[in-house]
Design a protein around this ligand. Structure first.
Ligand SMILES: C[S@@+](CC[C@H](N)C(=O)[O-])C[C@H]1O[C@@H](n2cnc3c(N)ncnc32)[C@H](O)[C@@H]1O
Length: 302
């Protein structure tokens, strides 16, 4: 009697196990299809590119809107501006086609989280943006596109990328090169000789936790209360959150949701000190009055 009841229970457990694990696999099976499609259609073997889901873009806009204290519609307009920049997209496609590294890149241009970098630069009008880790230069050109738009509005800014690979940054040509340059060599070595105050610092080079943290320590003295750090490694390490705690900075994290791609997504760690409203209230700067170099970021008056 006891034996048959145990057997029955075991049987039910097995059924239950199968039902539960089958339900769990439904979250992942779609990914296998996406891997196969990507394996056929894409050339990329690292630094994957993809669009974000519509809802994810809205989340991104809300987070940036909070950090820069501008309304969400303004941030979404900046994101749309980048997405609809056909000159930029044509430039990237042309440079990829001409590059001897084209077999590692796709011809479809998808910016993912870099839209957030773009919107932040458009909103804050920084003078100096540093991005460590350039790869082909997708970040470089979208950042320089934002700086060029700011320039049209009277706010000059300059981009510095760092990369250890002498072939990195082949997309940074043409008009984008006018507002940006790449410092070749080890990122920490380049940052160690950097003299300017950094308004926006993007960490995306050697992705080891230790190296990432050392980059933050290297540029610590170049940060002001208005400086913002964007961590491209924050989905895999907590170093920017730790640095933010040590430096009494706020920290937020945006998680990407890639559209129709197997990659689970990276993110943007955002480290910022003062609420941007107080800075804007203190420094009502317009392009005309923007001659005082003691103010590191050119808060737009709109
Ligand atoms: C993930 S990719 C950068 C992607 C780029 N930020 C973008 O938006 O597409 C990382 C880059 O960091 C560079 N890198 C790795 N270690 C480095 C180091 N110690 N110093 C400078 N660059 C480094 C690699 O050569 C590679 O191009």
């Amino acid at each position: 009697m006891m034996k048959s009841q145990l057997k029955k229970l075991k049987h039910i457990w097995v059924l239950n196990f199968l039902r539960r694990t089958f339900n769990a696999t439904r979250y992942y099976n779609k990914k296998y299809m996406e891997i196969i499609k990507w394996g056929i259609a894409s050339n990329e073997d690292t630094n994957y590119t993809y669009d974000l889901t519509e809802g994810n873009m809205l989340y991104l806009a809300h987070i940036i809107s909070f950090v820069v204290q501008k309304d969400n519609k303004t941030i979404l307009a900046f994101i749309n501006e980048a997405q609809n920049d056909t000159f930029l997209k044509d430039h990237i496609i042309r440079e990829i086609q001409q590059s001897d590294l084209k077999k590692f890149a796709d011809q479809q241009i998808r910016f993912g989280r870099r839209m957030g970098w773009y919107a932040m630069i458009r909103a804050l009008k920084p003078r100096t943006v540093v991005e460590t880790g350039v790869d082909k230069g997708l970040g470089s050109v979208i950042i320089c596109a934002a700086l060029l738009k700011n320039k049209e509005e009277g706010f000059e800014g300059r981009y510095y990328g760092t990369d250890i690979n002498p072939k990195a940054g082949y997309l940074l040509t043409g008009k984008y090169r006018q507002v940006g340059e790449i410092l070749y060599g080890d990122s920490i070595a380049s940052l160690s000789t950097f003299k300017d105050t950094i308004d926006i610092f993007i960490n995306d080079s050697d992705h080891s936790a230790d190296y990432e943290y050392r980059e933050y320590l290297t540029i610590k003295h170049l940060l002001t209360d208005d400086s913002i750090i964007l961590g491209d490694n924050s989905h895999s390490t907590d170093k920017l959150a730790i640095f933010s705690t040590e430096e009494e900075r706020n920290f937020l994290f945006f998680q990407e949701s890639p559209l129709n791609h197997w990659y689970p997504g990276g993110g943007i760690g955002i480290s910022f000190k003062t609420p941007k409203t107080s800075r804007q209230a203190q420094n009502k700067i317009t392009p005309e009055s923007n001659t005082d170099n003691t103010v590191s970021m050119q808060a737009a008056s709109n």
